[in-house]
Design a protein around this ligand. Structure first.
Ligand code: TYC
Length: 99
């Protein structure tokens, strides 16, 4: 009887996990607390309680992680915040860095 060749699937490379990026909000003395909370709710979909906690953490510690996203999502959120801060003439800083 002929021998059957069995091909084993390469399960180690079938699924690549995407690189993730931390989006980090920076404190400053001029941006209003209300605006930061507004941004955290509208751009990052935080509820009012969590948005306030994140804002106060950044206010007290100088910076803080808002969330972790894939490159395109992190980049888009950073651009949205930069645009909104520019429109309102706030010097709000926001950066992204690889996890
Ligand atoms: N420090 C600002 C103030 O006292 C509030 C603030 C919080 C600004 C977080 C930026 O990322 C920030 N009005």
């Amino acid at each position: 009887m002929a021998k059957k060749t069995v091909y084993k699937e390469d399960t180690t490379t079938d699924f690549k996990k995407p690189k993730l990026y931390r989006v980090i909000l920076l404190n400053d003395d001029y941006t209003t607390m209300d605006f930061v909370v507004e941004i955290l709710m509208s751009v990052f979909h935080k509820d009012p309680f969590e948005a306030t906690q994140i804002m106060l953490n950044v206010h007290q510690n100088g910076k803080g992680i808002v969330g972790v996203y894939t490159y395109d999502i992190a980049k888009t959120k950073v651009s949205q915040v930069e645009q909104l801060a520019k429109e309102r003439e706030f010097p709000l800083g926001i950066i992204m860095e690889p996890e």
